[in-house]
Design a protein around this ligand. Structure first.
Ligand SMILES: *[C@@H]1O[C@H](CO)[C@@H](O)[C@H](O)[C@H]1NC(C)=O
Ligand SMILES: *[C@@H]1O[C@H](CO)[C@@H](O)[C@H](O)[C@H]1NC(C)=O
Ligand SMILES: *[C@@H]1O[C@H](CO)[C@@H](O)[C@H](O)[C@H]1NC(C)=O
Ligand SMILES: *[C@@H]1O[C@H](CO)[C@@H](O)[C@H](O)[C@H]1NC(C)=O
Ligand SMILES: *[C@@H]1O[C@H](CO)[C@@H](O)[C@H](O)[C@H]1NC(C)=O
Length: 320
């Protein structure tokens, strides 16, 4: 609508100039005047700065899985509130995905910084951003922030072509070896989650019984199909020792990005702990089974997450 002008006089003048002063034009101008009067009444303190566009950017922290949450929620929050999202180059995302909102030409200097430290809960204030340029800073491990733009997030997380070729090659070999099988990606997260400090925070790491339960559950949901559990881990040795079953195939050592992409391209995913497995499952978009003890009961981690904002409702919880 061309008549979004700040005053009746401006609006009428514009219509006169363009030779369009008709009854409908005048009515539209009156509506604009009425609405701008309302806005003025409601937000006198914002009257200085409330001309857009407003930019929304973010600070990144931690690694791949966290970066995905940070970026996806940036987009979801920006789209819902008509902000222009952008991020600087140089994040983990650059060489992995074909993301489209990298822009080093905009400076975030002078942007209002909004911090939110609790990782797994919705901050209502983020759904109601002040009309300013803003830099978000916090983990935002909450799918609610981007469930409004799921398709766009999936497009943004299209793998870069060279990586996708590598993924295809790796997964293609597995599919050729296990012709006709459903390939279920399994992520076994161990590593630093096992150190005392992280255990005390509440990072739970499943025992082998979790994987046995999850395999059983998955097989029962894929009744009649042959299944291969294709496993990636930061502790491949543990997998070889503990998941030594005939229907488990363990990936050769490879980069974190390659293994991530292979899991994300599987038919279904079983995740254990951490955001990396979460995102592999979300991108694979099949059946997702997760470990119900990732956030240990009674821990700091557990109190910082609302499980119904963290795990999509259709995902299936399994214990060890
Ligand atoms: C927002 O940031 C852009 C880019 O730096 C700047 O041009 C614009 O004036 C800023 N707007 C406000 C309301 O601060
Ligand atoms: C990877 O495999 C998929 C499915 O087989 C195919 O559609 C896609 O074009 C392949 N991509 C690349 C980069 O090889
Ligand atoms: C895996 O199981 C096979 C047969 O049960 C056994 O021969 C092999 O030593 C096992 N491998 C490991 C790494 O435990
Ligand atoms: C953790 O708490 C939930 C809910 O209170 C309970 O269902 C679950 O069994 C507990 N898990 C463990 C490992 O104690
Ligand atoms: C957890 O999230 C759900 C869904 O968003 C919400 O209905 C519920 O009130 C939240 N629980 C708490 C304790 O905040």
């Amino acid at each position: 609508m061309p008549c979004v002008r700040s005053s009746l006089r401006e609006c009428l003048a514009w219509r006169l100039r363009s030779g369009l002063l008709k009854m409908t034009g005048a009515v539209a101008c009156l509506i604009v005047l009425y609405m701008s009067a309302l806005t003025t009444l409601n937000s006198i303190d914002e009257s200085q700065a409330n001309t857009g566009p407003f930019y929304l950017t973010t600070i990144f922290q931690s690694r791949l899985g966290n970066h995905l949450f940070i970026y996806a929620s940036l987009l979801g929050l920006a789209r819902a509130q008509n902000r222009t999202p952008f991020i600087p180059s140089g994040t983990y995302l650059d060489n992995v995905f074909q993301i489209s909102h990298v822009d080093d030409s905009i400076s975030a200097e002078g942007f209002r910084l909004m911090r939110h430290t609790t990782f797994g809960v919705v901050y209502p204030s983020l759904w109601n951003l002040p009309r300013e340029n803003i830099t978000l800073h916090g983990p935002r491990e909450v799918f609610r922030y981007f469930e409004n733009i799921e398709d766009e997030v999936r497009r943004e997380f299209t793998f870069c072509a060279p990586l996708q070729r590598q993924i295809n090659e790796t997964l293609g070999k597995v599919r050729a070896e296990f012709k006709g099988h459903v390939i279920v990606g399994v992520h076994v997260r161990r590593g630093d989650f096992l150190i005392d400090f992280n255990k005390k925070l509440g990072f739970g790491v499943p025992k082998v019984s979790y994987f046995i339960n999850a395999f059983h559950r998955m097989r029962s949901m894929l009744k009649g199909r042959k299944v291969t559990f294709l496993t990636a881990s930061d502790d491949l040795e543990w997998c070889h020792e503990n998941l030594n079953f005939t229907d488990v195939k363990i990936l050769e050592p490879g980069s974190a990005e390659l293994h991530f992409g292979v899991l994300a391209n599987c038919d279904h995913v079983i995740l254990s702990s951490g955001t990396y497995g979460w995102w592999a499952a979300w991108l694979a978009d099949g059946i997702s089974i997760y470990y119900d003890g990732y956030f240990s009961n009674g821990s700091r981690m557990r109190s910082d997450v609302n499980l119904s904002d963290y795990y999509p409702p259709r995902w299936i919880a399994v214990g060890d």
